[in-house]
Design a protein around this ligand. Sequence first.
Ligand code: HEC
Ligand code: HEC
Length: 314
Amino acid sequence: MGCARHWLVLALSLMVAGWSIGQPLRNEPLRPLPEHNDADPRRAALGARLFHDARLSGDRRHSCASCHDLARGGAGGLARAPSLGARRVQFNTPSIYNSVFNTVQSWTGRPAALAALPEHAGAAGWDALLAPLAADPAFNAQWRAVYGDVLGAAGAKDALGHYLRTLVTPSRFDRYLRGDAGALSEDEKAGYARFKSYGCVACHQGINVGGNMFARLGAMRELPGLRDNPNGQGRFEVTGRETDRFLYRVPSLRNVALTAPYFHDGSVATLEQAVDLMFTYQLGRGAPQRDKDLIAGFLRSLSGERLPPPGAAP
Ligand code: HEC
Ligand code: HEC
């Protein structure tokens, strides 16, 4: 009898083990990043050149990478991005990593992405932005070898688009979602469980743990100072609709441990403070310190490594 019970327990635990290894988790509100790079290697290489060239900005001194610093989680590390000449930049630089998966662009949904790039980089238009590179014979020869044409807006957007597709950073958490139960520590798993059960995931969801919706900052309790915010009133500035006042894009939390300071205006110094504020103002409640610590620990597991370069063997 005792022996039969042991066999039953053993058989059951083998079934559970067999099931938990290698099976992607189902019905999760978060989805894993891809594991392979689908960008065109030659176009992405030209995009990388553009991204790192300081001539590609209104003042000819800032490359894309000087604000979207790849060594700092793809974000700025400053509360506000530096101003480009006369243009004052009012926002904290969002991470460029995984930004191709954000369905809402920029903090207020203003298209900061490739279509609006010249304005974003402080130039009058695409021709003005690209002029110094278009006048560089060596660069143009390399460009022509890939695109068969002179450098222009369409090609530049295409090349940058391919490059951005290489800036994807799967993490241990993605391995966990794909079924590697050992990829997260027990504390990190507990943090993820709390992230879901407290309802953080109602806003920070999908493949980027955010980046796919707007939410009112101070959803459950008014955030002090927001009414007279010198940085504007959020999405209201773009649409003029009263219901959009104080709405901001819910940011992606991928690599969030690396992208301090936080919030659209860079007003929050540490990850712990950001988690605290989220409880108070977005959820309208407190929580035991232990739970907040576990959640912060889970968020650290979202720091990833860049995908292997496009064209690399899988
Ligand atoms: C002066 C600093 C600065 C420079 C230079 C800069 N960016 Fe940005 N970038 C920002 C800021 C700030 C935002 C957010 C703007 C907003 O929310 O309105 C942003 C947003 C973006 C976004 C949207 C990301 C998202 O998830 O919403 C993309 C894509 C982007 N930048 C790409 C580029 C590229 C490509 C270049 C080079 C041509 C570039 N940026 C140059 C500061 C900069
Ligand atoms: C009602 C929607 C909502 C809920 C619920 C919510 N958040 Fe947020 N979260 C936001 C918005 C909007 C921002 C951007 C705030 C800003 O830019 O000023 C944000 C910002 C953050 C940031 C800063 C990210 C950055 O790059 O600046 C962190 C960290 C964060 N949330 C974690 C959490 C955690 C942890 C929870 C649960 C305890 C949570 N959030 C619940 C909407 C939400």
